[in-house]
Design a protein around this ligand. Structure first.
Ligand code: ADP
Ligand code: CDP
Ligand code: MG
Length: 191
């Protein structure tokens, strides 16, 4: 059984930043669904490159069969990990149902780390992220925020109903956010 922590929050809320620090210090392996999709988009011989780029530019969500297989392959390649930080997934109903179908029974879902941050702050961070992403522009960001509000937030609410959400305010200096996140992990792993 793989331990899994889902990391969700609006684009620019700091998911990747915090996951990198947790990976460094707590032995969890960081799996960013967005990074995996971007790598698949660049992979020579991939049949999904154009489809992935279309969704990324449009801020819409790639069909789960593609994303979930990328995640599972990355988990199989890192069997020795204490657990996995699944960053930016599940982002909609399709992601959630496809994950349950493919991964249900193979994973222990520990909790959902929800990094909450006002959307205007998040957009500003993305516009200054400097990673040259094709979707860090005002037009794509508008659509990404809409997708987040309409499709991703309801997924967080579903997990909330099951008492699985740990919310951390990420509109603060990274070191303060990280400190709170470490406490969440400590509490979860004490059980
Ligand atoms: N707590 C924070 N305060 C200020 N800037 C932050 C904070 N966390 C992340 N950032 C910056 O905001 C941008 C988006 O962060 P990132 O981790 O890529 O977010 P996400 O993966 O949620 O989109 C990056 O440039 C990052 O350095
Ligand atoms: N589960 C996911 C995660 C990302 N994606 C796509 O990848 C884009 C970038 O995701 P990301 O997680 O790297 O973006 P941030 O929230 O980190 O800014 C999303 O806007 C989607 O188009 C997806 O289709 N399905
Ligand atoms: Mg990210």
């Amino acid at each position: 059984m793989y331990n899994v922590v889902f990391v969700l929050g609006p684009p620019g809320s700091g998911k990747g930043t915090i996951c990198a620090q947790i990976q460094e210090n707590l032995g969890y392996v960081h799996l960013s669904a967005g990074d995996l999709l971007r790598a698949e988009r660049e992979r020579e011989g991939s049949q999904f490159g154009a489809l992935i780029e279309g969704h990324i530019k449009n801020g819409s969500i790639v069909p789960v069969e593609i994303t979930c297989s990328l995640l599972e392959n990355a988990m199989i390649a890192n069997k020795e990990a204490n657990g996995f930080l699944v960053d930016g997934f599940p982002r909609n109903e399709d992601n959630l149902s496809g994950w349950k179908k493919q991964m249900g029974g193979k994973v222990n879902e520990q909790f959902v780390l929800f990094l909450s941050c006002p959307v205007d702050v998040c957009i500003d961070r993305c516009l200054h992220r400097g990673q040259g992403r094709t979707d860090d522009n005002v037009e794509s960001l508008k659509k990404r925020v809409e997708t987040y509000n309409q499709q991703t937030f309801p997924i967080i609410e579903q997990y909330e109903k099951h008492g699985m959400v740990r919310e951390v305010n990420s509109q603060r200096p990274i070191s303060e956010v990280y400190q709170d996140v470490v406490e969440v992990f400590s509490a979860a792993n004490q059980k």
